[in-house]
Design a protein around this ligand. Structure first.
Ligand code: HEM
Length: 373
């Protein structure tokens, strides 16, 4: 057993014991302290001449996004940092897989530095950032997706669905300062990969090539799923991204991880007893536990009748009600290996939504090593 696997097993058994023994094991106070609002960027009146080159020149292919009229001071800041990218490029710096592995390793350290935060890992919120930056894709208009990392900008950062993701963006910003040559889209999706792998999940194939975009490319509100709705809504949202029923169910298994925060989404609580380890417990619990509507003043959510310490969103519960979803949820409940295989494939696809194939620097995605490999 690898060190990571051992660490996760220990963490999991500790959580299992304590979560089952008493209800209030989940630390909520620390979350509130760490949650800060994203500052509103000041409007810039200057026609900044930073050039705004959010460009990556990798593998012999050049992509330039040029503006002489940056929209916001934040964009200008990005342009300055992208200047460092350009400087590296000018010095013939072409990042290799090893360079990206260094970024991965640094993210893995950040994920593990969450003493006192939630359940002791930043992995879940970092994975959610990667998903929300990718899940805005619209296959008809070919807009949204992970390419431009537009959640850096106020219109998208302020969308209700992204509440609390400033925690993850701030953590990733520290990594960006250390590795200024990486684009935000690559950084955030690599963060998602590291989160899955470091929380004992499957390998997620990944490759670089995303470029930094501008506020004008931010997506309209309403592209991400609304947890209070049903199967029609789930299909509308995920079919728009190009996913099918099986993939919707496989993606939902990410809710083995993390928790809902009342001050972010209005919902409250974790889905599983091991919220920092990737497992198929989400599906098992959906079928093995009796779920009842929680009696409270918050939005409609379910709680497990036995311990009242776990939750399911209406969109989670629908996986047990809709015939086509149920078939896959049952299959994943019965077979963790199958879930890992399908989850890895669908998350890899999710993170590439909206990125033109020609932008990728390798034809075959890479398998990044875990931090302790
Ligand atoms: C199926 C539709 C989905 C809905 C309606 C949904 C909704 C939500 C909501 C309401 C939260 C709580 C946010 C908070 O209060 O902090 C949440 C958390 C989370 N979601 Fe989803 N989600 C969906 C799909 C996904 C997918 C596809 C992924 C990843 C592949 C994902 C990963 C996560 C993670 C890891 C968390 C925990 C975040 C944390 O602990 O801070 N979700 N989701």
């Amino acid at each position: 057993m690898s060190l990571a696997a051992l660490r996760n097993t220990l963490r999991r058994s500790a959580l299992n014991t304590s979560a089952r023994a008493a209800r209030p094991v989940f630390r909520q106070g620390a979350v509130r302290r760490l949650t800060t609002e994203t500052p509103t960027p000041k409007k810039s009146n200057n026609n900044l001449l930073y050039g705004g080159i959010g460009a990556a020149v990798i593998g012999g292919v050049a992509f330039y996004v040029y503006t002489s009229n940056s929209d916001t001071a934040k964009e200008a800041g990005t342009a300055v940092r992208s200047g460092a990218q350009v400087a590296k490029v000018a010095a013939n710096f072409v990042p290799t897989k090893e360079d990206y592995q260094k970024v991965y390793n640094r993210i893995a350290e950040v994920i593990d530095s969450a003493e006192g935060y939630d359940d002791g890992s930043y992995g879940p919120v970092i994975l959610r950032l990667a998903w929300h930056s990718s899940g805005t894709y619209d296959k008809e208009t070919k807009t949204g997706g992970s390419n431009y990392a537009t959640m850096r900008f106020e219109p998208e950062a302020a969308h209700g669905a992204n509440a609390g993701l400033n925690v993850a963006r701030d953590l990733m910003e520290k990594v960006k300062q250390e590795f200024p040559w990486i684009s935000y889209g690559d950084l955030w999706t690599l963060g998602g990969v590291a989160a899955v792998q470091e929380m004992a999940g499957p390998k997620v194939p990944w490759r670089p090539g995303r470029i930094d975009g501008f506020a004008a490319q931010a997506t309209p509100d309403g592209r991400l799923p609304d947890a209070s709705q049903g199967s029609d809504h789930l299909r509308n949202i995920f079919y728009r991204m190009g996913f099918n029923d099986q993939e919707i169910v496989a993606l939902s298994g990410a809710h083995a991880l993390g928790r809902c925060h009342h001050n972010r989404s209005g919902f409250d609580g974790p889905w599983t007893f091991s919220p920092t380890t990737v497992t198929n417990d989400y599906y098992k619990l959906l079928f093995d536990e009796k779920w009842v509507w929680k009696k409270w003043s918050g939005p409609k959510q379910l709680e497990d009748k036995k311990t009242q310490s776990l939750m399911m969103l209406p969109t989670d519960y629908v996986l047990t009600q809709d015939k086509s979803f149920k078939k896959w949820a049952k299959a994943y409940a019965a077979d963790q290996d199958l879930f890992f295989k399908d989850f890895s494939a669908v998350v890899a696809r999710l993170f590439e939504l909206g990125v033109p194939t020609a932008q990728f620097t390798t034809s075959e995605p890479w398998i990044m090593a875990n931090a302790d490999e």
